[in-house]
Design a protein around this ligand. Sequence first.
Ligand SMILES: C[S@@+](CC[C@H](N)C(=O)[O-])C[C@H]1O[C@@H](n2cnc3c(N)ncnc32)[C@H](O)[C@@H]1O
Length: 377
Amino acid sequence: MDSEKFVAKTYAGLEELLKDELVALGATNCQIGTRAVEFEGDMAMMYRANYFCRYALRILWQVQEFTFRDNKQFYEQIFKFPAERLMDADNTLAFSVTMSGSMFRTPLFAAQLAKDAVCDRFRDKFDQRPSVDKESPDVQFHIHIYNNHAALFLDSSGESLHKRGYRVSTHPAQISEVVAAAMVKLSGWHGECDLIDPMCGSGTILIEAAMQALNIPAGFFREHYGFERWKNFDRRLWQRVTDEADIHDDVPVNFYGSDISARFLGMAEANVKAARLGDFIRLFRKAMRDTQPKRTPATLIFNPPYGERLDMEEIDEFYKEIGDTLKQNYAGCTAFLISSNIQAIKHIGLHPSKKTTLFNGALECKFLRYDLYAGKR
Ligand SMILES: C[S@@+](CC[C@H](N)C(=O)[O-])C[C@H]1O[C@@H](n2cnc3c(N)ncnc32)[C@H](O)[C@@H]1O
């Protein structure tokens, strides 16, 4: 099959990681964009990106690209797309549109016009129009419009790929699985020492770290992908791609998680169980100040509260306690934490050896590295 064009979407700041990941999976002509990486490959590559990418949110397949002068030309170009290769008239569809500098008044108007073009094509050919289902369409189209230039995509992922399939319990301040996976990767930890999350909440960072160490594909627990509902879904090819996974039976390190809240720890237990990682991840109910490593060196990666529910003085004191605990209990270890609270971070009282900007959803955060030496340095 000829090489097809795709776009993998991600969060701001993770484009480089995603590009490296796609190259390692065999993608060609990778180009970094804004919160996105363009790449080329065949259908197997599209399946592979959906199944293995830890840093992608969705994989879009570009099926058409054109320029247009007016509504009529836009409609005609979309009308030309042979959508019957992917769906039947009794299937459902939906359109989303992003645009900048376009002649259309609203994205909604462009989406409506594009939907009419596809539906009219079905009416002309089969005497039946597909219906719209915005919640769970069989085929989700996406159009990107830039001035008078448009690209038509099919969303091959369906639900966002951060939904890995192991989360059975939802924490009010959980970190996105994609950001957690990126934190583990950016820390440089690759399974050479124990990994600790002393404020583990629902266990996302521990689960993502264990999945990386055991080489469990990001989509291993996920049951559905958008492309499975397309007419051209190649079940045997998909099987071949998922068979490429090379999962390790064991790792020589442990994963330790603790949290002050029994309720949140219960969530971590449920998620760890759903990810079948109970043999690797040990969970304890403890305040951080009462924790220490079982052996050193160890790596801590965590996501403390940013302080939305505390007043300024309390949050400064809370971050000071984090710093004191790192100094007193974790000498010989390396700690990484993510926080959006720049003011509070200063109260940790340790000098970060590395600082990276990451986004946790819409929140701009700092991802900080602290090397914890024994005694004064
Ligand atoms: C932002 S949440 C972590 C979310 C987690 N990364 C996840 O994905 O679910 C912060 C967690 O720190 C916990 N916490 C707050 N104070 C703590 C303390 N002193 N010691 C240990 N855990 C604490 C909270 O109970 C909460 O679960």
